[in-house]
Design a protein around this ligand. Structure first.
Ligand code: NAD
Length: 487
């Protein structure tokens, strides 16, 4: 069977290569995290399918590159139009596949998918210009040329959203693409491939190979014909990919994990601080940039904890298709077990779990209760490792300097949230934090013109605006002499 019905949509379960559907002899099983229901058998690609896809992308490159930013932009806007026309379908599909809230998919995530594509298409047309300048009467002309085939590897926590942070700029830059979606969430990429076809994207410009990371993913990143590898996922996988990329010296862009701090200074608005802290349970804690380490000044810790508990008690856990639900299930049994493993080991070490710390018995399945670990030991696993689930730690500090030291005290540096009532104090603390994004008295304000990415082990490179094109394009300087002209 080459297609399945999910949430009223027909999804092709095969790869999408050179504008055609391609089957594999092997398949893998896809289930819904909502209730464990069987969604379908998905084509399980490997070396052969990757070779086909990269060859198709390589063949299509010259034609796509030659369209220029305007020609490419017209098609990219048509893709965005089709995404907008299919928001309900994409939202329902993604919710069935990854268990994130339908409410968020409809209101925020899927509209942003369309916006991501439009933004980068327009940026390539209007903003990707570097002023020429003179060197001893020679003119330096800087251009952003298409670079070739971009391999895109994406995770399951916001599948299409995160993929289009890469697909948008890669295609706008004139690269052609092979996308390998996460094996736990293969569906929205397949549906999106159909939309690219409907929009008239030339065959071979965008390809999707489904399959496991260790098979399709490994074959893709080791391919010698890639110009770029862009990866969003975990640190261990990034290390494997970096080794594979090294053989071909393929440039990499990595958006990786985090263990971000949410710092509440002594002068913070406690209500705002507690609201922001409780937001860190969003997407059942499966958000790379979550502020999972809540660092609170000792003098306000009790008052803050009371407010936090009041607000957290209002969270409704349940079926993510119910528009009143705040927290859905974890993505997969393997991931659920990983989360509960972290919590059980913390318990065994004597950690004080004041909220949650177990599966939600009323719901069963993959629903893990929002959990708070109070004052875990400094340096313990639960405060240093990324859990990627609804598990927050709360620790106290006695001075701004100590808060900074604790905040910077992990191997990660993706984001930080800082809550303070005093601007100059907030500026001084923010300046000392090592992270790609600092949110002061707010969370998750993301403008595509701004750089996004991680410091330390949280990533290599930045996405957004010209930063994306610095990666996907071949940046070239053509130096033109005033001499030697015959006309
Ligand atoms: P993961 O590293 O297990 O997998 C990510 C992708 O890599 C999947 O498509 C997988 O199939 C593929 N993959 C696995 N092994 C591979 C290999 N050897 N070669 C090539 N590809 C391979 O990560 P995950 O569990 O899917 O996602 C969760 C992680 O992603 C967390 O660490 C989270 O913080 C991170 N993340 C980061 C950002 C960001 O923007 N910084 C955003 C979302 C998620």
């Amino acid at each position: 069977m080459s297609s399945i019905e999910v949430a009223g949509a027909t999804i092709d379960t095969r790869h999408y290569i050179d504008g055609k559907r391609v089957a594999s002899a092997a398949t893998f099983t896809n289930t819904s995290p909502i209730d464990g229901s069987f969604l379908g058998e998905i084509a399980r690609g490997g070396q052969a399918e990757i070779d086909l896809a990269v060859a198709a992308a390589k063949k299509a490159f010259k034609g796509w590159a030659s369209l220029g930013p305007k020609g490419r932009g017209e098609i990219l806007h048509r893709i965005a139009d089709l995404v907008e026309a299919n928001i309900e379908t994409l939202a329902n599909l993604e919710t069935m596949d990854n268990g994130s809230l339908l409410r968020s998919h409809i209101r925020g995530v899927m509209p942003r998918v369309a916006m991501n594509i439009r933004f980068f298409a327009d940026w390539a047309i209007n903003d990707l210009h570097h002023a020429s300048f003179e060197t001893r009467s020679h003119t330096n002309n800087i251009s952003y040329d298409p670079s070739g085939v971009a391999a895109l590897i994406t995770p399951w926590n916001a599948p299409l959203m995160l993929a289009t942070w890469k697909i948008g700029p890669a295609l706008a830059a004139g690269d052609t693409v092979v996308l390998k979606p996460a094996e736990w969430t293969p569906l929205s990429a397949s549906y999106f491939a159909d939309l690219t076809k409907q929009a008239g994207l030339p065959d071979g410009v965008f390809n999707v190979v489904q399959g496991y990371g260790r098979e399709a993913g490994a074959a893709l990143v080791a391919h010698p014909d890639l110009a770029r590898i862009s990866f969003t996922g975990s640190v261990p996988t990034a290390k494997t990919i970096a080794r594979a990329a090294a053989d071909n010296l393929t440039p990499v862009s990595f958006e990786l994990g985090g263990k971000s701090p949410c710092i509440v200074l002594e002068d913070a608005d406690l209500d705002l601080a507690a609201t922001l802290a409780v937001e860190q349970y969003d997407n059942a804690g499966q958000v790379c940039l979550s502020g999972t380490r809540i660092l609170v000044h000792k003098n306000i810790a009790d008052a803050f904890a009371t407010k936090f508990a009041e607000k957290a008690a209002l969270l409704k856990q349940g079926d993510p298709r119910d528009l009143t639900t705040d927290i859905g299930p974890q993505i997969h049994q393997v991931h659920f077990d990983r989360i509960s493993g972290f919590v059980e080991r913390a318990k065994a070490e004597g950690a004080n779990i004041v909220m949650g710390g177990e599966a939600n018995g009323d719901l069963g399945g993959l629903y893990y209760r929002p959990t708070l670990v109070m004052n875990p030991a400094a340096g313990s696993e639960i405060v240093t490792a990324e859990v990627f689930g609804p598990v927050l730690c709360m620790q106290t500090f006695e001075s701004d300097a100590e808060a900074v030291e604790m905040a910077n005290g992990t191997e990660f540096g993706l984001a930080a949230i800082l809550v303070s009532g005093n601007r100059s104090r907030a500026d001084a603390v923010a300046a000392q934090l090592v992270a790609g994004t600092i949110w002061v008295n707010c969370f998750f304000v993301r403008d595509l013109r701004a750089p996004f990415g991680g410091s330390k082990k949280s990533g290599i490179g930045r996405e957004g605006g010209t930063w994306s094109f610095d990666f996907y394009a071949d940046v070239k300087n053509t130096v033109v002499s005033p001499n030697g002209w015959k006309e």
